[in-house]
Design a protein around this ligand. Structure first.
Ligand code: FES
Length: 128
């Protein structure tokens, strides 16, 4: 069996939503001390909807694929839904990750959480 699913390979080779949003109103950056990988998420939220999302990931292939899939899963969605995105949902959408690579999907969940927290701080809004 291949170590990585087709979807992981696809999102690693052709990551969606890579880059920076200049006028983002939620930015989150997280890292994993063990592997040294870093992920940064930019959110543009309007009317409680994630209108745009971009990421920059300095990390392994699974981290890049996880960031890419995570952005696809929250783009165009209400912030309340983005808030509930779990690393498990990201890994499932990628048709699975090897057990020792699950922490890469955790980074994606944490980066989005951190960007949403930043959004709440900047705007004074609370996401229910
Ligand atoms: Fe650390 Fe993938 S090895 S995020």
């Amino acid at each position: 069996m291949a170590l990585y699913s087709e979807k992981v390979m696809d999102h690693f080779r052709n990551p969606r939503n890579v880059g920076v949003i200049e006028d983002a109103n939620g930015i989150g950056e997280v890292g994993n001390a063990k592997c040294g990988d870093i992920m940064k998420m930019y959110l543009k939220i309007e009317d409680d909807i994630v209108q745009d999302v971009k990421f920059e990931t300095f990390g392994c292939g699974s981290a890049i694929a996880s960031s890419s899939m995570a952005t696809e899963l929250i783009k165009g969605k209400p912030v309340s839904e983005a808030m509930k995105l779990t690393n498990k949902a990201v890994a499932e959408a990628l048709d699975g990750l090897p057990a020792y690579k699950m922490h890469c999907s955790v980074l994606a969940e944490e980066a989005i959480q951190s960007a949403l927290e930043d959004y709440q701080k900047r705007t004074g809004k609370t996401i229910e």
